[in-house]
Design a protein around this ligand. Sequence first.
Ligand SMILES: [Zn+2]
Length: 292
Amino acid sequence: MGSYHPECPDRLRAIGDRLISAGLDPYLRHYTAPSATGEQIARVHSAQYVAAIEGESPESGLHFLDPDTAMNPHTLDAARRAAGAVVLGTDLVVRGECRTAFCAVRPPGHHAERNRAMGFCLFNNVAIGAAHALAVHGIERVAIVDFDVHHGNGTEDIYSGDPRVLMVGTFQHPLYPYSGFDNPASNMINVPLPAGTDGEVFREVVREHWLPALERHKPEIVYISAGFDAHREDPLAGLRFCEADYAWVTHELIAVAARHSKGRIVSTLEGGYELSALGRSVAEHIRELVAN
Ligand SMILES: [Zn+2]
């Protein structure tokens, strides 16, 4: 995204460093993300869109798709692998080789709509993973949980009205991308939160709005659009979550997955731009996933 930009390679280094210093790394199995295939991507993005993205990939330098979303010569490969990571995570947990998976990927995905790149996102990684579970593994009910501080407009665009998929989310409002507060589709449980909302209110919202909907839907696999930019230290937004809130919500989702999904959770990184807070938050998230 350019050297000045908060969506930067150091984010993944901060996560890796923190997993080592927290003593969690020995409990993890690392996989290299494969590229998502054209068929896998085409389940959620139009052929015209994919062709356009491929055509815009620059030979050198940065090419901006919109003011927030740039490509360099390696971005297309990274975007295919970010989506492929969620596909691989899906295969691993559905086959029972892992109970849970966390995809440490860039670029993020939840703003990418069926026909539009935006908000640092090219392909909608979590949506591509969920589509893979539905198409290939005989899964009939999926949940997508999104606690990024920004509304997952892309995931909503792709799955709104699809009864196989329940999406539950919280996000700061008003804030980019200024959507999510008025969707009448019954499979979209969006809870906008005003700036300054802390983790106590977040937990009440989860108990009141997310958990009953998840219990009704009985997902066979749970996906998490795991953005950590609602952390109180994050520079891009104004919510006031902390590491303990991410641990708590992860623990609650593990309980849902244990009841309905054979424990299967695939979590994928979305936002989170204060490097230390991101590393600490992901470590607490993964500590819960490992303990599952
Ligand atoms: Zn975000």
